[in-house]
Write a protein that binds this ligand. Structure first.
Ligand code: NI
Length: 137
């Protein structure tokens, strides 16, 4: 089994806030991430697929195809968005990196052909990131 990863980036804003809690509880939990008007990040997303090598191409997956799938179905939604307001999923799920990873997985899983989605990695900064391996893990 060989693992292949494509990295892309997007810029988006979010507010980390749980509407079922009071403002006071939100600020205690999330500090300035709960500020009313949100804040932005330059996010990095890495999509890792696994599969075997196609002897015709020498590839597990054509990275141009993977990039195009990510761009068309994911980056185009996320880039320059306000995650809380623009994306239905984040009206019901706090737009943390954890939930962005699940959102990305759910969109990409069925779109990737000839290889299996293995991992989604979301980074808000150079020093922290989240990895999601799907429901099975
Ligand atoms: Ni943030």
């Amino acid at each position: 089994m060989i693992y292949v990863t494509k990295q892309m980036s997007f810029s988006a804003s979010h507010r980390i806030y749980n509407p079922s809690l009071s403002d006071e509880e939100n600020f205690r939990l999330f500090n300035q991430c709960a500020n009313k008007n949100g804040h932005g990040h330059n996010f990095t997303i890495e999509v890792t697929v696994k599969g075997s090598i196609n002897p015709l191409t020498g590839f597990v997956i054509n990275l141009k195809e993977l990039k195009d799938i990510m761009q068309e179905h994911l980056i185009s939604l996320l880039d320059h968005s306000n995650l809380n307001l623009d994306i239905e999923f984040f009206k019901h799920n706090i737009p943390t990196s954890e939930n962005i990873a699940i959102f990305a997985w759910n969109i990409l899983e069925d779109k990737i052909k000839n290889a299996k989605l293995y991992k989604i990695k979301i980074a808000e900064s150079n020093s922290s990131y989240v990895e999601y391996f799907g429901n099975s893990d």
